[in-house]
Design a protein around this ligand. Structure first.
Ligand code: B12
Ligand code: SF4
Length: 354
């Protein structure tokens, strides 16, 4: 299978994947770590992470027990817009930054379509093989498998880092029943660096390689559906304010600083100038306007109510008098009770109360 594996990798590169490697389907060596993480409740409300545990922790069980190899691919999504560099949205305190991964089209759809192209190529040559493609949603530890496939190492911020690309890249997986030639696992290069741990404003990286999702700005602004507790408001409304996701632990990393390269996949190019949106207009947006603005984007995952909640938190200490009025108005009256409660939490925090 060595020759076929090489041809498959060449095809993956022709399709446009920036990274490709192969890992054996095997049980994870992080079985105990994963269970400890769940037992401590670090997954918060993401209950799906506690489901399908047999498969998630032993990829041989995928494809009804037929999985033998996993082809891992990576696609760069870095956009180099300098947040806060005098642009209309971020140059004023009324802009909120969208994390880089969500500035273009929804990566799930884009990468899955490209992976299916690769899958068809394999199927034409091996119609007897079964396979399945995953981007994010499958019961897979994508980063751990990608490390074994040689795509990079799991950094202390828990993201996969690559010496040529940094960490601003998506992962995708094609699980197959074919016995492909596996790659050598990538070596770790974080060394004694702890910049991501030191820089996280909410202390979400509780120890190297362990992220308490409940404290992560990405989780708080995207996955968590209720109000964001007051203790996180100053971190989220810092400069620049974050309104969807967070890149702080990547922004400070010496590898992303040195090796990130601008996006080449057109569909991942940022839709919004400097990667940010106007907070006040988000607060007054109608469902129709929201749908139109974020059609085909990963941002719609947070829904309008989630984004309005995030906009309130991003306004934080209400540096602008107009913002204070807006937050007050939402606290007094809003169709969605959760959004209204969030406005009250923000007002209390701005006045220095808990
Ligand atoms: C749930 C999830 C989240 C959650 C939880 C994040 C987390 N760290 O687990 C939240 C919502 C917070 C999140 C945030 C983000 N996510 Co996310 N997320 C996922 C998802 C769906 C599952 C991850 C998971 O299983 N977590 C559970 C934890 C316990 O697993 P784990 O970190 O892999 O843990 C293992 C290792 O840490 C290992 N381990 C433990 N100790 C040690 C010690 C050593 C030395 C080593 C090497 C390993 C190790 O053991 C653990 C158990 O196996 C994956 C896709 C997937 N299916 O894998 C995307 C994924 C990880 N996310 C991704 C992205 C882009 C992000 C964000 C950057 C988005 C943003 N800008 O806001 C942030 C980054 C935050 C961060 N620092 O992780 C990408 C990452 C790409 C990359 N280059 O690594 C993925 C792979 C999606 C994709 N298909 O591209 N995410
Ligand atoms: S900031 Fe330092 S410790 Fe954190 S992931 Fe990057 S190299 Fe590793």
């Amino acid at each position: 299978m060595r020759d076929f594996t090489e041809l498959l990798k060449a095809e993956a590169r022709r399709i446009g994947f920036h990274m490709v490697g192969v890992a054996r389907a095997t049980p994870t060596i992080f079985f105990d770590d994963y269970h400890r993480w769940l037992d401590q409740g670090m997954h918060g409300t993401m209950n799906y992470l506690a489901r399908n545990l047999e498969k998630r922790l032993d990829s041989r069980l995928l494809l009804d027990g037929q999985a033998r190899s996993i082809v891992m691919v990576g696609v760069n999504y870095y956009s180099d817009a300098q947040e806060g560099a005098g642009t209309p949205e971020t140059g004023t305190p009324d802009g909120g930054v969208i994390a880089r991964y969500a500035r273009g089209d929804d990566y799930h759809e884009v990468i899955l379509a490209a992976l299916r192209e690769l899958e068809s190529w394999v199927y034409e040559r091996h119609p007897e093989a079964s396979s399945r493609c995953y981007v994010d949603t499958g019961p897979l530890l994508e980063r751990e498998i990608a490390q074994r496939a040689g795509l990079g190492w799991v950094g202390k911020n828990t993201l996969l880092l690559n010496q040529e690309w940094g960490s601003y890249f998506f992962l995708g997986a094609m699980v197959t029943s074919l016995e492909l030639e596996p790659d050598e696992p990538a070596q770790e290069h974080c060394g004694s660096c702890t910049r991501c741990i030191d820089a996280c404003p909410t202390g979400a990286i509780t120890e190297p390689y362990v992220l308490d999702a409940r404290r992560c700005i990405s989780y708080l602004t995207i996955e968590q559906k209720d109000t964001i507790p007051g203790e996180f408001i100053s971190a989220i409304s810092g400069t620049p304010a974050r309104v969807f996701g967070c890149d702080i632990c990547q922004e400070v990393c010496p590898f992303t600083r040195r090796f990130s390269k601008p996006i080449t996949w057109a569909r991942f190019r940022p839709r919004m100038r400097s990667g940010s949106v106007n907070l006040s207009s988000l607060l007054t947006s109608t469902p129709e306007q929201f749908k139109e603005q974020f059609r085909g984007s990963a941002v719609k995952r947070a829904k309008l109510r989630g984004m309005q909640r995030n906009a309130l938190v991003a306004m934080g200490n209400c540096r602008l008098p107009e913002q204070l009025k807006l937050v007050q108005a939402v606290a007094d009256d809003h169709d969605d009770e959760m959004v209204s409660r969030q406005a009250s939490v923000v007002l209390c925090s701005a006045m220095g109360h808990d």
